[in-house]
Design a protein around this ligand. Structure first.
Ligand code: PMT
Length: 400
């Protein structure tokens, strides 16, 4: 994985995260890339062009009129020069421009004039990020093949906490490396991925579930799409957004997830079970809300079908890749699942660590197969998902 000698055009727009873009330029250059920077007018009010000029070693492209400029390339030449255009941070305003094809400043014009892949790292207030208009623009960009990285969640400069932070510079460097690495290795293949939690009703208002957000499964779906696969996601209820280019089947219960998977499996080449499926459901779902008349209430639970084991036992089975969510004896338990469920591979995560696994934007996985294993380091789920694809494709002969 490398960005050595790659020509990266960094677009900086007017979000407070622009100060991180200075560090991003340093990191890109340290990794061996050649970097040119273009800024919107709003970005120049947050960080001076001189900062980026000093760090990139090149004059910054600002706008049409640069009379005193010794800029060696016009905007069309710069758009042709780039191996990739990375917009970081990308504000809601700039993403709207991009989604609607405006060429109102030099950066949006560069984005229209290029054939290079476009990578966008959104950064904005969490409420803005959730706005339907921003979400519609994001979906439109994704549908057009724009690579969206983040946003991640956490504390924001405005004091809010939530989804909207720009992904960290070192993570963007890794993302670009994986992007250059991806090469349609799964073209012609169909990948079916389960994601998210399931919900098992207790009565009309309550259910049994778990903390899965669907993020790991959706990241795997994006990585498979980046490798050229057709992707089907069967997902339980999730507040996260699945990649736009995947076919998505929404389900609620484990039984529905089982039925949806079995309905699709005949044409599937690779099955990845990232969902956190309820092992049990209520034997009887109360038709009315249960009243709190006694100190204790007993539920009788019944086993749900094991979707992963069922797929692995099919006569004409696809490549079967399971997950294991463990809290103790992590590797031993995962290896037992690999063997007992007759899987080709399994990825195990320690879900007792609140910084990774469930809900988090990051995870740490160890991949196990019959006669080997590979430990992957903590990183954003989208990058881990690309690493998972690499391990799978290195170890097994399943390329398209
Ligand atoms: O969704 P996120 O918030 O991003 O979190 C990601 C994750 C922690 C949910 C994910 O990385 C993960 O570990 N998924 C598997 C969770 C799980 O249910 O693990 P398990 O060890 O209980 O199950 C083993 C395997 O059997 C899993 O592949 C599971 O999908 C599958 N299974 C389990 C039960 C069942 N009835 N049917 C199944 O297919």
């Amino acid at each position: 994985m490398t960005i050595l000698n790659k020509k990266i055009l960094l677009g900086v727009t007017g979000g407070i995260a622009a100060y991180k873009s200075a560090d991003l330029v340093r990191k890109l250059r340290q990794a061996g890339a050649e970097v040119r920077v273009a800024m919107t007018e709003a970005a120049t009010r947050l960080v001076t062009p001189l900062t980026f000029q000093a760090l990139s070693g090149h004059q910054v492209m600002l706008d049409w009129e640069q009379p005193e400029s010794d800029f060696a390339m016009d905007h069309i030449a710069l758009a042709r020069w780039a191996d990739v255009i990375l917009i970081a941070p990308a504000t809601a305003d700039f993403m709207a421009h991009l989604a609607h094809g405006f060429a109102s400043d030099v950066l949006s014009t560069l984005c229209l004039a290029t054939t290079a892949p476009l990578v966008v790292a959104p950064a904005m207030n969490q409420q803005m990020w959730q706005h339907p208009a921003v979400q519609a623009n994001t979906a439109q960009l994704a549908a057009r093949g724009v690579h969206l990285v983040g946003p991640s969640s956490g504390d924001q400069a405005c004091g809010d906490v939530g989804e909207g932070r720009m992904v960290e510079p070192h993570e963007l460097v890794v993302f670009l490396s994986t992007l250059f690495q991806s090469s349609n290795r799964l073209k012609g293949k169909t990948v079916l991925i389960t994601a998210g939690p399931t919900q098992e009703s207790i009565d009309p208002v309550r259910y049994l579930s778990n903390h899965s957000s669907g993020k790991m499964g959706y990241a795997l779906a994006q990585a498979a799409l980046d490798e050229g696969a057709e992707v089907i996601i069967v997902t339980g209820p999730s507040a996260s957004r699945p990649p736009v280019s995947a076919s998505v089947i929404h389900v609620t219960t484990a039984q529905q997830m089982y039925d949806a998977v079995m309905g699709e499996i005949a044409t599937v080449d690779i099955f990845i079970a990232a969902a956190a499926v309820s092992d049990y459901r209520c034997e009887q779902v109360a038709t009315q809300k249960i009243k709190k008349n006694s100190d204790q209430y007993h539920l009788i639970l019944q086993r749900n079908p094991d979707i992963l084991a069922a797929v692995a036992n099919l006569e004409n089975r696809p490549f079967v890749f399971g997950f294991a969510a463990e809290t103790e004896n992590i590797l031993e338990n995962a290896r037992a699942k690999l063997r007992q469920k007759k899987l080709d591979m399994i990825a195990v995560n320690d879900v007792s660590n609140p910084k990774i696994g469930f809900l988090s934007d990051r995870n740490k996985l160890t991949i196990l197969w019959k006669d080997g294993e590979k430990e992957l380091q903590v990183s954003p789920k989208i990058m881990l998902a690309h690493d998972v694809m690499d391990v799978m494709l290195e170890q097994f002969n399943i390329e398209g």
